[in-house]
Write a protein that binds this ligand. Structure first.
Ligand code: ASP
Length: 304
């Protein structure tokens, strides 16, 4: 693996190898050699052109836990304001001697552009490109399912909400289908792309009807920042039809696993009682995300 640009096209063996590595990194602390020095002498650049909390911090922490150095770039306060292009910025950061670039950008394909323009030894990791893919989020969601439920194949995973604008949905779909899960996408018709069924998922618009069949529910945030016009009548109506709340939980399997990529909008996609309740693995996802990012950086930066 040279870069991690998406989960689309990765084989079950490749996905499982990353997940196995990540499983070994869960709970690894500073200085836990030999796992702790895979990035010794390496520099990872975080290039985040969109806001981030979990992804940015955990990539930085992952690199440091493996003995690497981190440089952090955000467009605010940078020469982007003076008109410097995305590629020029990346090439200038590359000239400081970086080994890997972790990039988040609102344009789908931005990480692919860097993979083409940077020197061949520089590894590129997609940390979210517009509505396209967010591969490490997909991996950490799948790792959380695997660790909590012991398997992925044969499970029914419901992705709920804004499928159309969610890069998390797309990475989950590719990864889960490759690993043998059944994927069901459910949301208002305006937030589900008409051709998504072609990927091999079941499409539903009535959450209450499909809820009892799901082993896992991934509650996606409404991506208001990617919507130009109102795609549903009101947040209140969304809450009523698609929000996960205590009453709706009674329709679900008692041990249904609840995921949400974060940030969560408490009271919109999920009520606080459910987000903080016994079925929720939301904070496990964050811990597993650190392990996934360690595994990805170690794998990409490994010599030879
Ligand atoms: N943090 C995730 C992302 O960047 C999910 C979200 O923002 O809703 O895609």
């Amino acid at each position: 693996m040279t870069h991690l640009l998406g989960l689309e096209g990765l084989s079950a063996a490749e996905l499982s190898a990353i997940l196995d590595d990540a499983g070994r990194y869960v709970g690894v602390g500073y200085g836990d050699a030999p796992k702790g020095d895979a990035l010794k002498g390496k520099v990872v650049a975080n290039l985040f052109y969109e806001p981030s909390t979990r992804t940015r911090l955990s990539f930085g922490l992952a690199a440091r836990r493996l003995g690497g150095d981190v440089v952090d770039f955000s467009p605010g306060g940078s020469s982007t304001a003076k008109g410097e292009t995305f590629i020029d910025t990346a090439k200038n950061i590359e000239a400081m001697g970086v080994d890997a670039v972790v990039v988040r950008h609102s344009s789908p394909g931005a990480p692919h552009v860097l993979a083409r323009h940077l020197k061949p030894h520089v590894r590129v990791v997609n940390a979210g490109d517009g509505p396209h893919e967010h591969p490490t989020q997909g991996l950490l969601d799948i790792l959380t399912v695997r660790r909590r439920l012991g398997r992925v194949a044969g499970l029914t995973v419901g992705l709920v909400g804004d499928i159309a604008h969610s890069r998390v949905a797309r990475s989950n779909i590719h990864g889960l289908l490759t690993l043998g899960a059944k994927v069901l996408v459910c949301g208002p018709p305006t937030l589900v792309p008409p051709d998504v069924a072609r990927l091999g998922v079941e499409v539903a618009h009535d959450l209450d009807a499909v809820l009892p069949r799901c082993d896992v529910l991934n509650l996606l945030r409404i991506q208001f920042e990617r919507q130009r016009t109102g795609l549903f009548p009101s947040v209140r109506e969304y809450q009523l039809l698609f929000g996960m709340n205590g009453e709706r939980m009674r329709l679900a399997k008692p041990d249904v696993l609840l995921l949400a990529p974060g940030p969560i909008n408490r009271g919109v996609e999920v009520t606080p009682e459910v987000a903080d309740g016994p079925n929720s693995a939301i904070l496990d996802q964050v811990a597993n995300g650190l392990a996934v990012r360690m595994a990805v950086l170690a794998r990409l930066c490994r010599p030879g």
